[in-house]
Design a protein around this ligand. Structure first.
Ligand code: ZN
Length: 188
């Protein structure tokens, strides 16, 4: 549709992530960048994989009141905040290198929502919180589907996603798999 224009602006940003080409019509948009992190709305910055706990707190607190006392199994530290109708959690697990930010969760306040969220969660041109799961499953590349949709997601569901996880380290998946004993016995 407006593909040509989008490509031009993308090229001129010299590979800088987080240049929000989304029309600023008052629509609040979080943007997921695999391998990079989560671009916050309102020019609040980027929750970037590899940043320290302190830097993540600093960044998130420019957007919202943050909570840092949440407990999560297997996490070195967590921070979370609510913004409009989403809850964002950032954390480092015990496997995250240097205790740096390695995991992000963006959740809807509603469980198994049946309508689009009041904000957008952008992934490329897609709004992950704007379409039912079966529509997302149709347009996402298989690798993105695996990355973004829960492993047990019903790809025919007419409901919307209630949460999207983005991980820079494998710790969470490894824990979910209950670490086969053959895995390297990394020092604890
Ligand atoms: Zn981790």
């Amino acid at each position: 549709m407006w593909r040509g224009g989008a490509a031009e602006t993308a090229g001129s940003s010299a590979g800088l992530p987080g240049n929000p080409a989304v029309p600023q019509t008052g629509r609040v948009t979080f943007r997921l960048l695999p391998g990079i992190g989560l671009v916050l709305p309102a020019n609040a910055g980027v929750l970037r994989f590899g940043m320290t706990e302190h830097a993540a707190q600093w960044t998130a607190s420019t957007l919202a009141d943050i909570r840092v006392d949440g407990w999560m199994c297997g996490a070195r530290w967590t921070l979370s905040f609510r913004y409009r109708d989403v809850l964002v959690t950032a954390y480092a697990c015990t496997a995250c290198p240097g205790d740096a930010l390695g995991h992000l969760i963006v959740e809807r306040a509603t469980r198994a929502p049946e309508a689009a969220a009041g904000i957008s969660l952008a992934f490329g041109d897609l709004d992950l919180f704007g379409y039912p799961i079966h529509e997302l499953a149709e347009v996402l590349e298989p690798s993105d589907r695996e990355l973004l949709l829960p492993a047990d997601a019903n790809l025919r569901s007419t409901r919307h996603l209630s949460a999207v996880h983005l991980d820079a380290c494998e710790g969470r998946r490894r824990e979910a798999d209950r670490a086969p004993s053959g895995a390297e016995p990394s020092a604890r």
